[in-house]
Write a protein that binds this ligand. Structure first.
Ligand code: ACO
Length: 371
């Protein structure tokens, strides 16, 4: 048996949800650049789940269905109020809340396709409500109920802040959601597929995926990037900070990628958004610092920014709390996870690889009193 550390380069399944071929990312064959510039997040969810873009009336009713399912049980909110609120990371709260949602869904374990598609719709609709409700509950505020007349991106920002967002914020947030929606067999999507390939339920698959996304080598990197920017503080400090990190052989968060060696196609959109939004807020230092970091990390280490690097300053400019960055990633990536879960169910086989044994051999049991 031979092993490949971290399964690098291993093709573990077939999928028609998204592809990365020669550094070009597509969702169902549509280039991410095209979708980022033109599509609404609702259209992208529909595309990922149905394999085609919706017609006008289909999009209208799909958007309506999402809005109709956006409310969460009061018990989930009450449960949040019982958490040791100041110590709970919102990703942990989200993980628990999705798991709890299953308890309130009598079809949680029903395996028919229609039932699974309805669960997908409910989870996608309710993730924003959970994230925003938690954000408000921990600030001692009441959650804001979702509105049926707002689109997905606008509704998230509305529920978060309790006031209608402006068009610039909605468009930027929509674009960020589109850019994060799916990404082939990334760690959290693989986790979701492994989980449901045992014929476990959709809620378990999403709960598992949230756990995988939470780590700083995956979705948790966007929050870590913002912590780094805050620590650096100003452009003049970039050089010594990064130099010290290089000397200490530390990883610079938001750089590098397992698949993209010539650059992440999503990063340029977020770089552009960061420039624009930090200009609007009058805090261009976040963009200027990011550019300087990129110059150094790419110039000296040959590492390119990934999706998480510029999303940090984008979300910061939208006034979003830093520990909500990764939950927002989950709000978007849920669409991809759910597409992959439905695809896995449609042609399922248990995922069970092997491990090469490197432990001791031929051991003999020694009674405890003789050890
Ligand atoms: N900073 C400094 N050095 C790095 C970085 C980085 N961000 N990323 C990779 N390297 C170096 C490694 O130290 C390693 O060097 P070595 O060969 O001298 O030991 C080499 O580049 C190869 O890196 P690996 O860690 O082996 O690459 P791998 O494919 O396993 O990991 C990963 C990819 C996890 C993304 C890595 O680049 C990393 O840790 N980046 C920082 C965290 C991050 O931004 N994660 C988000 C990824 S995108 C996403 O999940 C949404």
């Amino acid at each position: 048996m031979s092993t490949t550390r971290g399964l690098e380069g291993i093709v573990a399944t077939t999928s028609s949800v998204s592809s990365i071929i020669e550094s070009v990312l597509t969702y169902q064959g549509y280039d991410i650049d095209d979708l980022a510039d033109n599509a609404s997040f609702e259209e992208v969810i529909y595309l990922l789940w149905n394999g085609r873009l919706p017609k006008e009336d289909e999009l209208r009713s799909f958007t309506q269905e999402l809005a109709d399912h956006a409310e969460i049980p009061q018990a989930i909110i009450d449960q949040m109020k019982s958490y040791p609120i100041n110590e709970v990371h919102p990703m942990a709260a989200l993980r628990t809340a999705i798991s709890s949602l299953a308890l309130f869904d009598e079809s949680a374990d029903v395996m028919e396709e229609e039932a699974n598609r309805l669960k997908a719709l409910k989870i996608q609709a309710q993730i924003p409500t959970i994230v925003t409700a938690f954000s408000r509950v921990r600030e001692g505020k009441e959650p804001v109920a979702p509105r049926k007349d707002l689109g997905f991106a606008a509704n998230f920002l509305y529920m978060l802040n309790g006031e209608e967002p402006d068009e610039i914020a909605v468009n930027a947030f929509n674009k960020a959601l589109v850019l994060h929606a799916d990404h082939e067999l990334n760690a959290s999507t693989f986790t979701a597929r492994v989980c449901v390939a045992t014929l476990s339920d959709v809620y378990s698959g999403i709960t598992a995926a949230i756990g995988a996304l939470k780590g700083p080598l995956h979705g948790g990197a966007n929050e870590a990037v913002m912590s780094m920017l805050m620590e650096i503080g100003q452009v003049e400090n970039v050089e010594p900070y990064i130099r010290k990190a290089f000397d200490n052989k530390e990883k610079i968060m938001g750089f590098g990628h397992r698949v993209y060696k010539n650059g992440d196609p999503r990063a340029k959109h977020l770089r552009e958004m960061s420039k624009r939004l930090t200009g609007i807020t009058g805090e261009s230092k976040w963009y200027d610092m990011s550019i300087k970091i990129e110059d150094m990390v790419t110039g000296e280490k040959g590492l390119l920014p990934n999706v998480d690097f510029y999303s940090a300053s984008v979300y910061h400019s939208l006034g979003i709390k830093h520990d909500l960055f990764t939950p927002i990633f989950a709000v978007s990536r849920a669409s991809g996870w759910l597409a992959h879960i439905l695809e896995q169910y449609s042609d399922n086989r248990l995922i069970r690889p092997r491990a090469e044994y490197v432990g001791p051999a031929k051991q003999t049991y020694i009674p405890i009193e003789q050890r």
